[in-house]
Design a protein. Structure first.
Length: 112
């Protein structure tokens, strides 16, 4: 058994282990950032593709193959309705994606 582990193979084994431990896993997908625009009506735009907002998660999973844990930014156009935008955020709250949400408090300025 002693003749199987000779000193000349030690540097090769050390280098091989160092390379194998530093290499990223082959099947792991890194999270990505994606921009979604809520447009007029019940439509959303994802990477220049217009789809129904109700089918948004299915499109991200099956067509774009967006990995779980990806950050999704939602932008609402002026023509979009509050209900459509709220529905999109509701979809993301129940999904595996991260959608940061902020509130803007707009106070009316007094008339001069």
């Amino acid at each position: 058994m002693r003749h199987l582990f000779r000193a000349k193979f030690l540097p090769f084994a050390v280098v091989s282990l160092a390379i194998a431990s530093a290499a990223p896993p082959l099947l792991a997908e890194s999270p990505q950032a994606t921009l979604i625009t809520v447009t007029e009506g019940k439509n959303c735009v994802v990477k220049e593709t217009t789809i129904l907002c109700a089918a948004l998660l299915k499109h991200l999973r099956e067509v774009l193959k967006l990995p779980a844990g990806s950050r999704v930014r939602v932008r609402a156009e002026k023509a979009s309705t509050y209900e459509s935008t709220a529905k999109v955020f509701e979809l993301f709250q129940k999904s595996e994606y991260k959608a940061p949400m902020g509130y803007v408090n707009v106070a009316e300025t007094p008339e001069e």
